[in-house]
Design a binder for this molecule. Structure first.
Ligand SMILES: NC(=O)c1ccc[n+]([C@@H]2O[C@H](COP(=O)([O-])OP(=O)(O)OC[C@H]3O[C@@H](n4cnc5c(N)ncnc54)[C@H](OP(=O)(O)O)[C@@H]3O)[C@@H](O)[C@H]2O)c1
Length: 275
């Protein structure tokens, strides 16, 4: 039996992962800004589900939540850094404080929760840290440069962290979901720019229309995503990168081909700067 610690577990991917872990017979610490939205534990699961209020931008609350998790179950085997939202819109249309808010949640929240959990996992000499990045953490998309920046940050961090903590038996996987049918594009979650700049008007309207049209119609099934997370923690070897969804597969394939082309095309230049 494993113990999971999941952020943003009240809806979307986080809730589905929590339910799948309970179904699998594991213990779940489900954290959320509004833990009452997690609802009642399905019948028979109440003793394995512990809910804790947690806004990941509140560092004191993060430490308290990890302390409460240990008090309840004594260990944390899997941390899922899931809480996050999309700050979309063109870079120039987003105010600096809005950028800070995006990074406070999607980047520094991830760092703070992981910093609080790592001593527990190091003492155990085992654990698996799963961070939900995005296809936006592998490729830059027009109209989401700030969200891409935040997701690229946790992607690069995961790669470095994986090497730092491997000696302690701790695995790190960065997951890159494609488009999944959650509230991600819903007005209750996603944010757009703070002000309009005429030069971006047409592109911004086009993006917004496309994203609104995709709201709750995304190709990815959150339940299948959650099942995959269960398979991931059960696997002997954990990949550092895991794309999920056919769209994510295509993004990874395009990016790796583009990188291969880039270094071939610029090879002489690239190799020209060594002493
Ligand atoms: N769905 C997709 O297409 C997709 C694709 C790539 C990556 N992702 C990533 O997947 C993760 C989950 O998103 P989702 O698709 O499940 O979207 P969602 O349905 O909008 O759920 C987002 C979750 O994050 C929580 N959250 C946001 N800010 C938080 C904070 N400061 N502290 C604690 N919790 C916070 C939300 O809590 P509240 O209910 O309180 O707002 C909610 O539980 C996110 O990191 C997202 O970037 C999603």
């Amino acid at each position: 039996m494993r113990t999971w610690f999941i952020t943003g577990a009240n809806r979307g991917l986080g809730l589905e992962i929590a339910l799948a872990a309970l179904e699998a017979g594991d213990n779940v610490i489900a954290t959320a800004r509004n833990p009452q939205q997690i609802g009642e534990a399905p019948e028979g699961f109440a003793d394995r589900l512990h809910t804790i209020p947690l806004d990941v931008t509140d560092r004191a609350a993060v430490d308290e939540a990890v302390g409460a998790a240990i008090a309840r179950f004594g260990r944390i085997d899997v941390l899922v850094n899931n809480a996050g939202y999309g700050q979309l819109g063109a870079f120039e249309e987003i105010a600096p404080e809005t950028v800070s808010r995006q990074f406070a949640t999607n980047v520094f929240g991830v760092f703070d929760v992981t910093r609080a959990v790592l001593p527990v996992m190091r003492a155990q000499r085992s654990g698996h840290i799963i961070t939900i990045s995005s296809i936006a953490g592998m490729q830059g998309f027009e109209g989401s440069s700030i969200y891409c920046a935040a997701k690229h940050a946790v992607s690069g961090w995961s790669e470095g962290l994986a090497r730092e903590v491997a000696p302690f038996g701790i695995k790190v996987t960065c997951v890159y979901p494609g488009r999944f049918r959650t509230d991600f594009l819903d007005g209750s979650s996603v944010r757009y720019g703070d002000f309009a700049i005429e030069d971006y008007a047409e592109a911004s309207a086009r993006h917004r229309q496309a994203l609104d049209a995709n709201n709750h119609r995304q190709i990815g099934d959150p339940r299948k995503f959650a099942a995959l997370m269960l398979a991931l923690v059960g696997a002997e070897e954990a990949p550092v990168w895991l794309a999920t969804g056919s769209d994510a597969y295509a993004i990874f394939a395009n990016k790796s081909a583009a990188l291969a082309d880039n270094i071939e095309q610029w090879k002489e230049t690239i190799l020209s700067t060594d002493f």
